[in-house]
Design a protein around this ligand. Structure first.
Ligand code: SF4
Length: 396
């Protein structure tokens, strides 16, 4: 039996990958420990240069504190080896997500002897339904590191949702790299069907989607989101840019008008997004176009990514926008996002919401707006907004 710790960097898919490894090691009889673990798993991210730097830093630190370290995930699969030169106790696992947990478990060895219980975050579970991406956005390294799009069978997904609810999770987030590509051709399930079926799981308080490309926000999906009471009124739709020439150069498959048209039926939802700032060719006019689309779409939270070229991508050699300009535009966009979030939270004052408490003193409302309140973790609490702070809505 070995003691192990697992951490992840990056997005919800990285979190789900890390969970798979963790559960596999627990099932093999190993024990999760916060300190003095012999084995450490670092599930890495490579979405930006900075993400790789942080991943490498986490791996180097783990190598000093543990006997053996497994570096897994997107960063480990990046062609340019960001983890070269680390100590000998570091094993870089450059494998697809589906194979990684099995590889790590076999390499750790058959030393397990008891079936341990997973110490799970009881409130929220991330269930991966799809992996990989067959698009080819000019800036994106994901298709290289995660391969083409593939989907899990609907039956397997629904079984896992059932299992998570039985384990005590109140909320399930369906995750994928390009979630809207979800298809189970045999069962004739697209994402909208999966949403309806998963939400139907007895005991599931809330269902959310992690992120979806705007091309996939179609009438069937909108209807499924609207007609299913326990689906959160929140959608994360990456915009990346609001300027049409930049969107074309990025290889995105929509223009700004299409983006706005597709999210319009969800105008009452809490819409959040990702934006890349300082993509090659982005001038002040193009950046203002992005600010305008963010405002017109009614987007609240913007995850701002200053552009950084990734190896192997179409724009790997291009990075003409100065760092100071990227920083200044990023700050402007983050400020716009902060103000839009505060405005949405203020609109809830005096109104009722149902909040799922996920941490001491905190939780998320029906549309994934953050609330500050009292309540048991995992409890659904009916609240009324009293005031707004920088951190969320204060419950009366
Ligand atoms: S849709 Fe584009 S940005 Fe998203 S993972 Fe695929 S290639 Fe990358």
């Amino acid at each position: 039996m070995a003691g192990f710790s697992v951490r992840f960097l990056g997005c919800k898919v990285s979190y789900a990958d890390a969970q798979l490894i963790r559960e596999r090691l627990l099932a093999d009889g190993h024990v999760e420990r916060d300190d003095e673990a012999e084995i450490a798993v670092v599930n890495t991210c490579c979405v930006t240069h900075e993400a790789v730097r942080k991943s490498r830093h986490a791996a180097a630190r783990a190598a000093r504190e543990h006997e053996r370290v497994y570096v897994t995930g997107c960063g480990a699969n990046l062609a340019a080896d960001g983890f070269a030169g680390l100590p000998d106790n570091v094993v870089v696992v450059a494998r697809r997500a589906e194979e990684t947990a099995g590889f790590v478990a076999r390499d750790v060895g058959p030393i397990g002897c008891v079936q341990a219980d997973a110490k799970l975050d009881r409130v929220r579970a991330f269930v991966r339904v799809q992996d990989g991406c067959s698009f080819s956005c000019a800036f994106c390294v994901i298709p290289i590191v995660r391969g083409p799009s593939r989907s899990r069978a609907a039956e397997a997904v629904l079984r896992e949702v059932r299992k998570r609810v039985d384990q005590g999770h109140r909320e399930v987030v369906l995750t994928g790299i390009n979630l809207g590509c979800y298809r189970d051709r045999e069962a004739r399930y697209a994402l909208a069907d999966l949403v309806r079926a998963a939400a139907d799981t007895q005991g599931l308080a809330r269902l959310r989607l992690s992120s979806i490309e705007v091309n996939h926000v179609n009438p069937e999906l909108v209807a499924a989101l609207r007609e299913t009471p326990n689906v959160a009124r929140h959608l994360h739709v990456p915009l990346q840019s609001g300027d049409d020439p930049i969107l074309r150069a990025m290889g995105r498959r929509y223009d700004s008008a299409t983006f706005l048209r597709r999210v319009r039926p969800l105008a009452d939802f809490n819409l959040t997004t990702d934006v890349i700032v300082g993509f090659p060719g982005e001038d002040e006019r193009a950046f203002r176009g992005t600010m305008d689309v963010v405002a017109e779409a009614g987007i609240t939270k913007v995850h701002v990514f200053p552009y950084s070229p990734r190896p192997g991508t179409a724009t790997a050699a291009a990075d003409p926008v100065p760092a100071a300009v990227k920083r200044e535009r990023s700050e402007r966009l983050r400020e716009r996002s902060r103000l839009a979030s505060l405005a949405r939270w203020r609109s809830k004052l005096g109104r009722e919401d149902v909040v799922l408490v996920d941490r001491p003193g905190r939780g998320y409302g029906d549309d994934y707006s953050p609330w500050l309140l009292r309540g048991e973790i995992g409890e659904l609490v009916s609240v009324r907004g009293r005031a707004v702070t920088e951190e969320g809505i204060l419950a009366a």
